[in-house]
Design a protein around this ligand. Structure first.
Ligand SMILES: [Zn+2]
Length: 435
């Protein structure tokens, strides 16, 4: 059976990130048939050292190709539906479109993909041509006895996971154990086409790895010393595990061979890639990524999600009610946000009304400060410009004085303060007269 860590990749599309950081090693690239990128990505790299390295080492390997406008339109429309479109750059869209185009070309159509976010099944059945080919038979086999194959896959994965922690001797034993235990969960999983397809239902996917995990651990308490500890010998395995985070827990969930894949570090691009059911690979280890986690802004009042993390006001209702929440996207096309269970909105400062605006305060000399409450307020616009300018400060400026000497205030995160900020205006200040 193909495990994802060894499965050959026919075409790999790469972003500027791995090129700049020089992430790939020769051993990893052995799996890749052809490396693709778009001309826009190459144009993006302006740093002299990176450029020269790119020209000497990467350009001979890379195939530069611009996607067709039709593909760009398809991925553009998809990303509009997921809400990622505003944060995707033209380069991002082109990379995604190229991956889509290659997938369609090499895989004989878009049957493996999803055309709408949250689509339960893949677009179409496995085409006959793919079925008849050698690989197709492997895939068919996996499809036929879906549950079994998947259970086996998971067990193997669980195995692979453990390998990093356990010693090599325990591996073979565990291998036997997992194969015995895989037969147990088989009856619970129906071997239907949908189950084996890349969108199996959540519970079956999660329950399967448990038995293999529990059986081996009980049988090998003797060498538990080496297990679970990060030592210099297994450090890089743990690092690669953490870069791919949760994903590597189930790399073999998807039995399809990898025709076209995308390696990028951009979250919005990763999210759309996963939701389209395109293959997403880690830029460090080229392992398949199944789940990505990030943060997103959510309005506490109207629940609108915003991907632009620089926003301070809700784009729909306009209130300063945006909150940073964690979110995850997985290869089943699901996009989830994770909220705190007992979250309580902070109601401080709501007892008394805001002070009335007074004339003459615009000069800043007045007693009253002008509170920023909405995005289109001229004070806010002015403040955004001021904060932006301050960020561009030259670090080598000989005339620079730290803020503590100039009396210049620094707000947290370098963003304009909204309302009273963290201060509670209804609490009497210590030390007598209010300002
Ligand atoms: Zn809102």
């Amino acid at each position: 059976m193909l495990t994802d860590d060894q499965a050959p990749i026919d075409a790999l599309v790469i972003d500027a990130g791995p090129l700049i950081r020089n992430d790939f090693t020769a051993s990893i690239l052995n799996r890749v048939g052809k490396l693709y990128s778009t001309p826009a990505v190459i144009a993006e790299i302006r740093d002299a050292a990176t450029r020269s390295r790119l020209e000497t080492t990467w350009l001979p390997l890379l195939t530069l190709r611009a996607p067709k406008p039709g593909s760009v339109k398809i991925v553009g429309d998809f990303s509009k539906k997921t809400g990622d479109f505003p944060v995707l750059s033209v380069t991002d869209l082109q990379l995604l479109a190229l991956t889509y185009e290659l997938e369609v070309e090499l895989n004989g159509g878009d049957w493996r993909l999803k055309s709408v976010p949250g689509q339960k099944k893949i677009n179409g059945p496995v085409p006959k041509a793919v079925k008849d080919s050698g690989e197709g038979k492997v895939m068919e086999g996996l499809v036929r006895d879906g549950g079994k194959a998947e259970g086996g896959g998971d067990a193997k994965t669980a195995d692979a996971e453990e390998t990093s922690a356990a010693s090599a001797g325990a591996l073979s034993q565990k291998f036997c154990n997992t194969h015995i235990s895989t037969d147990n969960p088989t009856p619970t999983v129906t071997g239907s086409m949908e189950q084996a397809s890349p969108s199996p239902s959540e519970p079956t996917a999660n329950e399967d790895p448990d038995p293999p995990f529990s059986t081996p651990t009980s049988s090998e308490d003797s060498d538990s010393d080496s297990e679970g500890w990060i030592t210099p010998s297994n450090l890089h395995k743990h690092q690669s595990k953490s870069t791919t985070s949760t994903p590597s827990t189930n790399p073999t969930k998807n039995p399809w061979p990898i025709r076209a894949a995308l390696a990028t570090t951009d979250f919005a691009l990763q999210s759309v890639t996963l939701q389209m059911n395109l293959h997403l690979l880690s830029t460090k280890t080229l392992q398949r990524i199944h789940t990505i986690r990030s943060h997103i802004l959510r309005c506490h009042a109207c629940f609108k999600l915003t991907r632009d993390m620089a926003k301070q006001f809700c784009p729909v209702c306009g209130g300063p009610t945006l909150q940073r929440v964690s979110c995850s996207a997985d290869s089943k096309g699901a996009f989830n946000i994770h909220l705190k269970r007992n979250y309580q909105w902070n109601n401080r400062g709501n007892v008394f009304s805001l002070p009335k605006p007074t004339h003459g305060s615009a000069s800043g000399k007045g007693d009253r400060e002008v509170l920023i409450l909405r995005e289109d307020q001229k004070e806010y616009e002015r403040e955004v410009v001021r904060v932006g300018r301050r960020k561009e400060r030259d670090l080598l400026d000989p005339d620079y004085l730290p803020g503590i000497l100039t009396g210049e205030r620094r707000d947290a995160g370098g963003r304009p303060r909204i309302g009273y900020g963290k201060r509670n205006p209804n609490v009497a200040r210590k030390g007598g007269k209010k300002k």
